[in-house]
Design a protein around this ligand. Sequence first.
Ligand SMILES: O=C(CO)[C@H](O)[C@H](O)COP(=O)(O)O
Ligand SMILES: [Fe+2]
Length: 223
Amino acid sequence: MTARNTLIAPSILASDFSRLGEEVETVAKAGADWIHLDVMDGHFVPNITFGPPIIKAIRDRTDKVFDCHLMITPADPYLAAFADAGCDIITVHAEAGPHLHRSLQTIRNLGKKAGVSLNPSTPESVIEYVLDELDLVLLMTVNPGFGGQAFIPSVVEKVRRIKAMIGDRPIDIEIDGGVSPANAGELTAAGANVLVAGSAVFKGEGKEAYAKNIAAIRDAANG
Ligand SMILES: O=C(CO)[C@H](O)[C@H](O)COP(=O)(O)O
Ligand SMILES: [Fe+2]
């Protein structure tokens, strides 16, 4: 049965960076559940975005959950800085370091929710022995590094397998990359409950446009 309470997490990667604070406030008022923050280092992924000072600067624009997606390696030396900047959920990539269990423990010890992200080619087995350290699994449906890429449909089967793996543990399944009303329904039917969307949300100008875009994804997700 399709999930009824899908959360929508707009990625500010697709927003107008020259008005970042305003964009965060606008998309929050337009119905975003979480704000998704894509941190890229030019090393783990071939793009560079922003870090803790920028996140800190926009933190007071909304009280929505700050969902921080770290595409950086190493991640461990920077986890405290992201926690201090105001991230509520901190997600590291399974491929980005040798000590995933330690990274997740560090995030929880900082009082934040711990997430792990898997690239499209990474098997779900990497999370088998850290399930009890996890609050969220983020499945990439594009190769990380850029917004506006095409959705990779083979990941939908992985969503189903991860849903079965986590059983009744309270772990969110979040999807990131190329999400739109065209694929939201199959993702939630497979077990996802959080959908990140950048280019499908920041289309058009201002609150009404963003609200319409978020509602279209939510309606499709909830069947
Ligand atoms: O993590 C990401 C890229 O690495 C972004 O969150 C993702 O690509 C969202 O953008 P879009 O919805 O435009 O694909
Ligand atoms: Fe992301």
